[in-house]
Design a protein around this ligand. Sequence first.
Ligand SMILES: Nc1ncnc2c1ncn2[C@@H]1O[C@H](COP(=O)(O)OP(=O)(O)OP(=O)(O)O)[C@@H](O)[C@H]1O
Ligand SMILES: [Mg+2]
Length: 621
Amino acid sequence: MELVFKHVNVEVDKKLILNNVSGLASPGELLAVMGPSGAGKSTLLNTIAGRIPLSSGTITVNGHSITKDLRRKLCYVLQQDIFFSSLTLRETLQFTAKIRLPDKMSNEQITSKVDEIIQDLDLTRCVDTIMGDVWMRGLSGGEKKRASIACELVTDPVMILLDEPTSGLDYSTAFSLIEMLRSYARDHNKTVVTTIHQPSSSIFYQFHKLLLISDGELAYFGDTGKVVDFFHKADVSMDSHYNPADFILEKLKEDEKTRLKIVSAMDQMRNSSNWPVKLRSSEDLLDDEIQPETAPPADIMMEQPYNEKDSVRVSLIELDKTDDNTQDQKWPTGFITQYTQLTLRGFKTSKSQIFSKFKLIETVTLTIIVSLIWFQLPRTEETLRDRMGLLFYMGMHLGFTPLFDTVIAFPLERMVITKERLAGWYRLSAYYLAKMTSELVLILIQPLIFITIIYWCVGLNGVSSYYATLGTLCLHSLAGQSVGLFLGIVSMDIRKGMTQATIYIMVTMLLGGFYTRSLPVWLDWMKHLSFQWYTFSALLYLEFYDGPDLRCAVRTAVSESQFSTCLDSNSTSIPSSEVLQFYSINYPYWTYILPLFAFIFIFRIAGYFILKFKQKPNQAK
Ligand SMILES: Nc1ncnc2c1ncn2[C@@H]1O[C@H](COP(=O)(O)OP(=O)(O)OP(=O)(O)O)[C@@H](O)[C@H]1O
Ligand SMILES: [Mg+2]
């Protein structure tokens, strides 16, 4: 499809970032957008992709203004490669294809599409390698970049926008990437627009067209091969041994006088007959638009004569087709597909976190130590405090670990989600529900192992109380995770999140009912804000309700029992129920459990809405 942007002005915060920029990109060709840093290259790409609004000017594709549907048919490869690091390249591509290709495509079709792209982008060697990140070795920089491009190509986009695809790559990798893009554009008749920083001259001449921006103004648009000539004519000449790409950028940055010379030479050219008809001012264009296909391509500037009527016609048919298919369909796939695919991916990513070596070591070490410390605890008044300590500790470990893990994990996950949501892959609700589902099973595995071993090693109340304790602590873990997710969403940054989480945890712990059971009256209400308090109360209930009696403390000269039963009568044991009374656990079990559900739901729902409205991803920066 032919992309034409004319007289594009973009203003951000009252600052004119793009000033009357025009250009076009034709199917089968590569357009390079170059300019010094801060010139407005990314802004131009963002504007074409529809992520920054135009202040004035027009952007059309085959003569039609870009609609939302059409925008879904163009792809945008961001400068950073953002992925879930633990997934392999094939998993990543399969997920992308399944969530972005229409539901009616069969699995075989999707797989063959993915295979085709893996071939096209020469990624066969690393399909089973994990994506990796700074901590985990995975794909190399160049492979990752190609993976980013591959993720965009699965949908067979009509146009490909790339922001600095070669930065961070060595010369030969960069060269082969651009060469690959060039042959892809030619073979599949795609329009490719890419910003590029400091290309070598051989990379530079791979591009058919060049658009130069300087301080938001157009400094050149036309054939790449003619830019040096243009500079000559503008009275800015180049030594013969120079790399033209270095030369033009150097000149644009040299001083204001040279820059103005170039910009005004460009202005002159825009008013000359050399300037493409399609980029002329709007009055000229009105005649032109009546018959967009038959308009003579009267531009001498184009090196190859404009002979791609056929391709234009083909893509116009394509355009009609897309209009039919996706007119009122906001998402490429239905909710169910999105939910299923996101759940599967969520399962894979959280599996690698939860079953990681470190997690395993943590669980095993803590389980062993706790079992040894409290092994077969005698049921006596003297060890009452130990028993409570154990119950409190279980709550602390199983509540705060998921809380911390989530606070740390979410900001990284958010980057991927933001990228995908900006490109309109799926609904937020599908993602959020899928996240809850995929993590549910995994988050409960840890309590299951931990509690089962410890409960019987220590010798707590009994079988039915074991199951209830397990259930309570699973809810407790979920409540901790909900709070963590909420804090992660609110802070959006690991360090801020950790600080908030630490404050919350410390306060929650103090109010949790173990360190002090008699808070000052004016502070007492605050314990209700602590999910640890509810869990601890519920655990005490389960341990002492209907449990075996406790042996009274041995009376000595300096101490005696705290329980009246032991003091008054000759009884040597304390009924469990008296312990409950002593610690003011006076309400039925469910009154301690219900608030945990409230914690789970309120924090998750609040997190969803904050994600949806407050932290709306605005720009891909
Ligand atoms: N939200 C914003 N508010 C104010 N100024 C902005 C905003 N976004 C971008 N700018 C400014 O717009 C100009 C162009 O930014 P842009 O990111 O498009 O540059 P660039 O050409 O891509 O640079 P680089 O080569 O360094 O990536 C810069 O001067 C930048 O500071
Ligand atoms: Mg940029």
